[in-house]
Design a protein around this ligand. Structure first.
Ligand SMILES: Nc1nc2c(ncn2[C@@H]2O[C@H](COP(=O)(O)OP(=O)(O)OP(=O)(O)O)[C@@H](O)[C@H]2O)c(=O)[nH]1
Ligand SMILES: [Mg+2]
Length: 301
């Protein structure tokens, strides 16, 4: 294919928490790029996932769910990461949940409108719309909310209509060469990915406010001659009482979390993994710029 015919560009994936942005990015790219859980505020960083095909390359920027509350410093850092993705974007993929338009969706829509970028409204979780003839009025109602370049109903989990989504995105890409090498699927290295996979299990297996006070620091990550990864992780909790919850009775909970993380790490990173993790109380770390930077967040003073 001649370079002149090639298209590529950045797609900012935005929306309120829990609508399925990370699930969609993973399904589109075909790799586990970003962690997923049934709880809101799972994604905490802007993470790149690259889909390279013959003739085009879509560079998705998965982002933390947009929130109105300023709250702790970590929440402000997360919001900034999401809004900041618009600066490099050629196109916006605004993700909403079929049949449950909320105030948070309006806020996200206003932000996208201010950015003045072409926007594809991605109506996710259509597998939940039953019977299916309920979908048409949902799409018609969404169409009345703004001028979208396209509206694409999808299911990230089935998956359904993802081809339609990539075609709609392709139409909006500038003609240019690929931005990343064809073998690259994400901009993040092993340390970050390892920390995120452990954090995913903490998000999935802990309840109430506990997962929101959890951070993961990779103290050590070494690859031995046989290609095995040895990972030493510290799990930060922001309260003394949470330490006992994460460790569990007789260490059962931390053992189960570590085991789930190890299996996923092996599958995702495609090599044997040894994982050691311990829990440390670090009071109010999520409100401290220094602690956030230590965990790889782009936090100002
Ligand atoms: N039924 C159904 N569930 C979905 C679909 N897509 C995502 N989910 C579920 O929705 C929940 C949230 O998914 P995430 O991908 O973590 O959502 P997110 O928008 O990235 O959330 P934040 O990172 O917190 O902003 C998970 O339980 C997913 O399995 C879908 O197409 N159908
Ligand atoms: Mg996410």
């Amino acid at each position: 294919m001649a370079i002149a015919d090639h298209r590529s560009g950045y797609v900012a994936v935005l929306g309120r928490p829990n609508v399925g942005k990370s699930t969609l990015v993973n399904a589109l790219v075909g790799h586990k790029i970003s962690i997923v859980s049934s709880k809101p505020n799972t994604t905490r960083h802007a993470i790149i996932g690259v889909l390279t095909d013959a003739g085009y390359q879509l560079v998705f920027i998965d982002t933390p769910g947009l929130e109105s509350a300023s709250g702790r410093l970590i929440n402000r850092v997360m919001n900034r990461a999401a809004v900041g993705s618009l600066e490099s974007a050629d196109v916006v993929m605004l993700v909403v949940e079929a049949g449950s338009w909320k105030e948070g969706d309006d806020r996200a829509l206003r932000l996208v409108a201010e950015a003045g970028l072409p926007c594809i409204l991605t109506v996710n979780k259509i597998d939940r719309v039953k019977p299916r003839d309920r979908l048409l009025p949902i799409l018609e109602e969404a169409a009345g909310r703004a001028e979208f370049a396209a509206i694409v109903p999808v299911s990230a989990t089935l998956p359904e209509n993802l081809g339609m989504l990539t075609t709609a995105l392709y139409d909006l890409l500038p003609a240019q060469e690929a931005l990343y090498g064809s073998e690259i699927a994400t901009d993040r290295g092993l340390r970050f990915r390892a920390a995120e996979i452990l954090r995913e299990k903490l998000m999935q297996m802990l309840h109430k406010e506990v997962p929101y006070g959890v951070g993961v620091e990779i103290e050590d990550l070494e690859e031995d001659e046989q290609g095995r990864l040895r990972i030493n992780a510290t799990i930060w909790v922001d309260r003394e009482s949470h330490k006992g919850i994460v460790v569990g009775k007789g260490g059962q909970q931390i053992k189960a979390i570590g085991q789930a993380a190890r299996l996923d790490l092996q599958e995702t990173l495609e090599r044997p993994v040894y994982l050691e993790s311990h829990v440390k109380v670090k009071r109010n770390w999520s409100d401290s710029a220094q602690s956030l930077r230590q965990l790889g967040y782009d936090a100002e003073q």
